[in-house]
Design a protein around this ligand. Structure first.
Ligand SMILES: Nc1nc2c(c(=O)[nH]1)N[C@H]1C(S)=C(S)[C@@H](COP(=O)(O)O)O[C@H]1N2
Ligand SMILES: [Mo]
Length: 376
């Protein structure tokens, strides 16, 4: 019996594998990647809280928007990447040539890095970390690998991209027979755009409440949780089981203060309407009441613009201690919050006291705070 010949690049006759299709879908994918990369960089630097980089505290909801876009564009990139790979996969059957070896190598790196990046990013939104490497550093390093490989890819393909940027009537070479599939190019574009929109609409509800009811792909509904706010890490998971009756809050600066909860409640209270905007993409606005950090700094004799270390009762864990940069400590919206949405903080939301600050990722809105240390 004679085996059929293995396929070659020419075995794939559908006009849907044409460079024009790869160019159009590549453009959409590139837009998603650029948005995802820039918002990701922003998120990275907001979390750095380094002494030399000053992140403004306003607009107060900026991080909510950028991180919502980050997770949205990453999610939408999944169907776009699949469509793009499907369009160009006949290239896998092209005869290997020495001169294209480097180009093929860079595409291999690009595809592998993007697939891994989107995969671990998505699992992160599910709070699932089934790997031995640290998520944040890996996600960040892969982003740069992707950008580098993408620039190489675009540079190599520039002549092809240029000649297929616009629709041309002679885009289908004469050598190809008429379409062998029922789907037209326009049909394919509509399908891919439809799939990307569907994925987007069923995700965006985790940060845009009106889409909440259709947010079937969103791991979190923004208004489901105690006091109408989701809980990322419960008190139980953080090892905070109960608050001692003689609980005290301390602040150490030029003077040391030690205050009971009743004494904290007796200080002038301020209100802030600020969202919790989790790095995982979900966000929800809430109404907070508590003492301005700048007022607490004033009480212990420190300037409003001080760098402040925030210490949680949580033992261990990445976010048990965080730092408030001076701009954040001085901002009148930044509170040591005692109340949420009209009631005393639930234990899962950080009772007796937590940090809430504008334009700040959820991971830095430290819960179960019992100590502030003025650093400078
Ligand atoms: N001490 C402590 N604070 C913490 C966390 C934590 O794990 N430990 N998780 C943070 C994260 S990731 C988020 S998104 C917010 C969520 O606040 P919420 O649970 O009150 O909605 O709390 C932050 N504060
Ligand atoms: Mo978070």
């Amino acid at each position: 019996m004679k085996l059929p010949a293995p396929p070659t690049e020419d075995s794939f006759r559908s006009p849907l594998h044409h460079p024009r299709v790869a160019t159009v879908i590549g453009r959409w994918l590139a837009a998603a990647v650029v948005i995802c990369f820039l918002t990701g960089l922003f998120s990275h630097f907001v979390q750095e809280t380094s002494a030399w980089l000053h992140i403004p505290t306003r607009p107060a909801s900026l991080y909510r928007v950028t991180q919502g876009l980050h997770v949205l564009s990453g999610t939408i990139a999944v169907p776009l990447l699949l469509a793009k790979l499907w369009t160009v996969y006949p290239k896998l059957f092209a005869k290997p040539e020495l001169k294209t070896l480097l180009e093929r190598g860079s595409i291999l790196v690009l595809v592998a890095a993007m697939a891994l990046e989107l995969f671990i990013g998505y699992l992160n939104t599910l709070q699932w970390y089934p790997w031995p490497f640290p998520f944040k550093q890996t996600h960040y390093a892969l982003a740069w690998i992707i950008v580098g490989a993408l620039l190489v890819h675009i540079a190599v393909k520039l002549p092809l991209i240029r000649s297929h940027w616009r629709r041309t009537t002679d885009a289908v070479p004469e050598s190809l027979p008429p379409a062998t599939t029922g789907l037209t190019r326009r049909g394919l574009f509509r399908t891919v755009a439809g799939a990307a929109s569907l994925v987007g609409i069923s995700t965006i509800g985790q940060s845009v409440p009106v889409f909440g009811p259709v947010a079937v792909l969103a791991p979190r509904k923004p208004n489901v949780g105690p006091q109408g706010l989701p809980v990322n890490r419960t008190a139980h998971d953080a090892g905070v089981f109960r608050i001692a009756a003689d609980w005290r809050f301390t602040i150490s600066g030029p003077q040391q203060l030690s205050l009971s909860l009743t004494e904290l409640q007796g200080l002038p209270q301020s209100r802030s309407d600020l969202p919790i905007a989790c790095v995982e993409g979900w966000s929800q606005g809430a109404h907070w009441e508590g003492i301005r950090i700048r007022d607490l700094l004033h009480l212990c004799g420190a300037p409003a613009s001080s760098r402040v270390r925030v210490v949680s009762m949580e033992k261990g864990g990445f976010y048990a201690t965080t730092e408030l940069p001076p701009e954040y400590a001085a901002d009148p919206l930044t509170l040591l919050a005692l109340r949420l949405n009209g009631g005393e903080l639930a234990l899962d939301h950080g009772f007796p006291a937590r940090i809430i600050a504008p334009n700040r990722p959820g991971v830095l809105q430290t819960k179960w705070v019992h100590r502030l240390e003025v650093l400078s």
